[in-house]
Design a protein around this ligand. Structure first.
Ligand code: ZN
Length: 336
């Protein structure tokens, strides 16, 4: 065995395992069996962690805590806060979080007129899209107050309403242990309400994650089609029907994911001649395309794909450029 240089050993996980294996193979000192790497643990279902009311002055701290604990979450942002903290909103997406719409300024929306709702939600989605490159597909009404008009306005803007199954009561002064025990009640597919900007909530995250990994559900994304927590990269994006025009449906899957890039395959049904608009997330960029005619907006974050006679499935390779979490979003499918 080669001599180990002096000084404290600071080996990565892989290097440590290699040393242990070498020692055993040489019939050297007995060593404890190496622990199974945590990444090998299987997920037995998914839960949705959500943080409302950001971005705030402490969002960056929250993102660090989430990242350090291997957690991904959905951030229901307030439009006005996004407009005032664009780079922080962008950091949420760069840290692998999903972003949702939580109204422009946290008003009691159920008492608004339909026109006011429409204006509030669309202004918020535009601010989020402008800052992050991602158009929200989820909407959480402030205070959980809603009605059928608000739901249909959200739906017309391509968003599914998501309330919560478990309220952590962090907004109401809950202690760290109370927040941890609330998260301990989460069952497969369920969603918990927490908030950005609360110290007890941030302090609870390591214990919440330890509890989840002992019970095995993993933090997942909230499906825009069902409102339930699902695997982060699983399934396609539902399509917003085009206004007027012919209908078609485009469904995205991600058949290949590598460390630095991934492939997206989009299948169109209901039309043989079609136009599909896809939203991309900066700094991700498309490097290769196939089976369609592709064009991009000037910012490079919106891609329009037209059928070119090579069938109803097109695809492209996206370079992650440091953002491994984001996936393209189908904005619309129009038959022509
Ligand atoms: Zn709120």
């Amino acid at each position: 065995m080669p001599a180990v240089p002096g000084g404290p050993l600071r080996l990565g996980h892989t290097a440590r395992l290699a040393v242990l294996v070498t020692a055993v193979a040489m019939g050297g000192v007995a060593v404890a069996a190496p622990a199974v790497p945590s990444s090998a643990a299987a997920c037995n279902g998914y839960v949705g962690l959500t943080f409302d009311d950001g971005p705030t002055g402490s969002t960056t701290t929250l993102l660090n805590v989430l990242r350090n604990n291997g957690a991904r979450a959905t951030m229901f942002n307030i439009g006005q806060n996004v407009q005032n903290n664009r780079s922080v909103a962008q950091a949420q997406v760069a840290a692998g979080m999903w972003v949702g719409n939580h109204s422009w300024n946290h008003a009691h929306m159920a008492s608004m007129t339909q026109a006011q709702m429409q204006s509030d939600l669309s202004q918020t989605s535009s601010a989020i899209q402008s800052a992050t490159g991602v158009r929200p597909q989820l909407f959480r009404p402030p205070y959980g107050e809603t009605n059928s008009t608000l739901q249909s306005v959200a739906s017309s803007l391509g968003m599914r309403q998501v309330i919560w199954d478990v309220d952590s009561q962090d907004w109401n002064g809950a202690s760290v242990s109370a927040i941890v025990s609330a998260a301990g009640r989460l069952q497969n597919g369920q969603v918990i309400l927490m908030h950005d900007g609360i110290q007890n909530t941030r302090d609870a995250i390591p214990q919440i994650m330890a509890n989840l990994s002992s019970r095995n559900p993993c933090p997942g994304m909230i499906s825009p089609s069902t409102g339930r927590a699902v695997a982060p990269d699983g399934g396609g994006n539902p399509t917003t029907p085009p206004p007027g025009g012919g209908t078609c449906t485009a469904t995205a899957t991600y058949p290949n994911v590598w460390g630095d890039r991934y492939n997206t395959s989009v299948t169109v049904s209901g039309a043989s001649t079609w136009t599909v608009v896809v939203g991309l997330t900066s700094p991700q960029c498309v490097s290769t395309t196939w089976n369609g005619t592709f064009s991009w907006d000037s910012g490079g974050t919106v891609m329009t794909v037209r059928s070119n006679g090579s069938g109803n499935t097109f695809g492209f390779t996206t370079m992650m450029n440091g953002n491994s979490g984001a996936r393209p979003q189908i904005r619309s499918c129009t038959a022509s």
